[in-house]
Design a protein around this ligand. Structure first.
Ligand SMILES: NC(=O)C1=CN([C@@H]2O[C@H](COP(=O)(O)OP(=O)(O)OC[C@H]3O[C@@H](n4cnc5c(N)ncnc54)[C@H](O)[C@@H]3O)[C@@H](O)[C@H]2O)C=CC1
Ligand SMILES: NCC(=O)COP(=O)(O)O
Length: 333
């Protein structure tokens, strides 16, 4: 088995991200986990959690090795202000973004095989005066990607989103033919290259109740979604018609599907999280780098309590390694 070097960003310092990194390090890992972080934060959090941690100083020229139990490699990004567990501090917002930038440039240069992110707090970054709607959009810019797609996956279900962090009132006008065409092309291609699916079957949700009920409950399905489906089918994509979102998430439809495309965040993600919260992964498709993440947020109420479940971060790490392996096997940079 190949061993991959994975960049791990602990995210919001006052949240559970650092806790989860320390918890996962206890068992060790078959891949090299390199936390891009301030080591003082990790040491302080380990003490609060009463967990032992040995931080190994990371050097890019070292051979890639598995992570021994109780250890974590650290590539230092200094935090300017001490973080207090559970208490957001806008002065640390730039630090959070610095860790992401460092990890991303390391992925772009192939120093790391993938980026795995713990949760950030979107609100506090905005409070710091920095416009930020999520890792997904931030990484799209940072990697110079044309179009990225958010997809969450758990056992038996993958849900991708046509739009991400938008106010609901802005969704209908954002659903355009060019957008849908791009999103479906990215989804189709990345299901092939990162998941090894030769001809992925994608179910597409309508925007309106009952997928518009033949135009009686909205026209986006007829005017926007169906024409894109028809065009892409001619190029060989295996797509459903627009389906009512309230009925497509049943076994009869899902058993023949590789992914569902939901039109907006809260149309698709509640179903996915109900099915797999704690064991699901958030994947950014359409980038030159692999990025996976957790299915949850910063859970400030649980920071430093030892109650945070590391299942989703571990799933994200394992998916990142799996995707790196698939791209390697297909010789994709
Ligand atoms: N990937 C990311 O960076 C994400 C960041 N967020 C951000 O997180 C912040 C808080 O969001 P919320 O909606 O409150 O969601 P949340 O996921 O932080 O918390 C929701 C509930 O789930 C619990 N919970 C979350 N993670 C858990 C874990 N690993 N183990 C056990 N219990 C857990 C929390 O204690 C809370 O009761 C927001 O600023 C949001 O933007 C939210 C989702 C993803
Ligand atoms: N609900 C998923 C989410 O908010 C994660 O967003 P991102 O930070 O990964 O873009």
């Amino acid at each position: 088995m190949s061993i991959y070097r994975l960049a791990l960003t602990p995210g919001e310092p006052a949240g559970i991200g650092p806790d989860l990194c320390i918890q996962i390090a206890q068992q060790g890992h078959p891949h090299q986990l390199v936390a891009i972080a301030d080591p003082r934060l990790l040491e302080a959090r380990a003490q609060q959690l009463n967990l032992p941690i040995k931080l190994l100083s990371y050097e890019p020229d070292q051979p890639i090795t598995a992570t021994p139990p109780g250890c974590l490699w650290v590539d230092t990004v200094p935090m300017k202000h001490t973080s207090i567990a559970g208490q957001l501090d806008s002065r640390n917002a730039q630090y959070v973004l610095d860790t992401l930038s460092r990890a991303t440039s390391g992925c772009l240069s192939n120093e790391f095989s993938a980026l795995v992110t713990a949760p950030v707090h979107k609100g506090i970054i905005n409070d710091a005066g920095i416009q930020f709607s999520g890792h997904t959009e931030f990484l799209e810019q940072l990697t110079g990607s044309d179009k990225v797609v958010m997809m969450l996956a758990t056992k038996g279900l993958r849900v991708a989103l046509a739009t991400t962090h938008l106010p609901l009132s802005e969704v209908p006008k954002a659903i355009t033919q060019p957008l849908l065409e791009q999103v479906l092309e990215v989804l189709h291609r990345d299901l092939q290259r990162s998941f090894g699916l030769d001809n992925p079957r994608i179910l597409i949700a309508g925007l309106n109740p009952h997928a518009g009920e033949g135009g009686h409950m909205g026209h986006e399905e007829i005017d926007t979604i169906q024409p894109v489906i028809n065009r892409l089918r001619q190029q060989g994509l295996n797509l459903s018609d627009p389906l009512p979102a309230d009925t497509l998430f049943n076994q009869k439809y899902l058993e023949s599907a590789d992914a569902v495309l939901a039109m907006y965040h809260d149309q698709g993600l509640p179903v996915l999280k109900y099915k797999g919260f704690g064991q699901a992964v958030n994947i950014t498709l359409g980038m030159p780098i692999i990025r996976t993440s957790v299915d949850h947020g910063t859970a400030l109420d649980l920071t430093a309590t030892g109650q945070a479940d590391s299942g989703s971060l571990l799933t994200a790490i394992n998916y990142a390694a799996f995707m790196a392996g698939n791209r390697n096997n297909r010789n994709i940079q």
